[in-house]
Design a protein around this ligand. Structure first.
Ligand code: SAH
Length: 217
């Protein structure tokens, strides 16, 4: 009989093949990271059997872990390199941070909800990540103490791109951010800052993220 671990591994392999490669994500590093990170450890116990399905899932506090394909797409758009320092705004479950941490030197990640930050921290520790720093706070302001960043991934939607995040992006760096006032009208943007500090924006796809909130509880 297959062990629980084997069945998660099989589900993960199928997820990468059917949901991610099939939709055109081709970066070897990203595919390998998606095959490696144990997504089932980043969802609540009651959702584990659904961890590898083609859907976002509830993680408590009214928040969600993104659909696997969206995590892969955002990671590929960021074009991560081993020497990169990355900022994530919206830690949520910690899953996106873990995927990114497979591919860069260090991930700094900020979560507004203390309970989620704590659960994510625990899941990341249990999975053995030592290159991720989690902090509770409002990511709208970025994390100036560790700036500038090669990569900024925002996983909650602001209605405009926060200036602090633009300021904290390195020349040559990339920001991936869903932008839009309502669920129905968000666009995933790839924002690149060139060597002269000029910004170049590309709209990649319509998406639905939870809103980036400003009010700390
Ligand atoms: N990246 C996550 C998905 C996060 S969902 C994952 O892999 O699971 C978006 C998260 O952003 C939620 O947990 C929400 O609480 C958080 N969030 C919303 N507004 C925020 C803000 N201003 N600063 C930091 N986190 C915020």
């Amino acid at each position: 009989m297959a062990s629980e671990q084997d069945s998660y591994t099989a589900a993960r392999t199928a997820m990468v093949r059917d949901q991610i490669e099939a939709r055109g994500v081709s970066s070897t590093g990203v595919l390998e990271a998606m095959r490696t990170v144990p997504r089932h450890r980043f969802v609540p116990d009651g959702e584990r059997h659904r961890a590898y399905r083609d859907t976002p899932l509830p993680i408590g506090q009214g928040q969600t872990i993104s659909q696997p394909y969206i995590v892969a797409l955002m990671t590929e758009l960021a074009a991560p390199k081993p020497s990169d320092r990355a900022l994530e705004v919206g830690t949520g479950s910690g899953y996106q941070a873990a995927v990114l941490a497979q591919l860069v030197e260090h991930v700094y990640t900020i979560e507004l909800e203390p309970a989620l930050a704590q659960t994510a921290q625990r899941a990341l520790q249990e999975s053995g990540y030592d290159n991720i720093t989690v902090r509770t706070g409002d990511g709208y302001a970025g994390w100036p103490e560790h700036a500038p960043f090669d990569i900024i991934i925002v996983t909650a939607a602001p209605d405009h791109v926060p200036q602090a995040l633009i300021d904290q992006l390195k020349p040559g760096g990339s920001m991936i951010v869903p932008v839009g006032p309502t669920y129905a009208s968000q666009q995933l943007q790839l924002i690149q800052k060139d060597a002269e500090g000029q910004m170049h924006v590309r709209e990649v796809a319509p998406v639905r993220f939870v809103p980036l909130r400003r009010d700390a509880k």
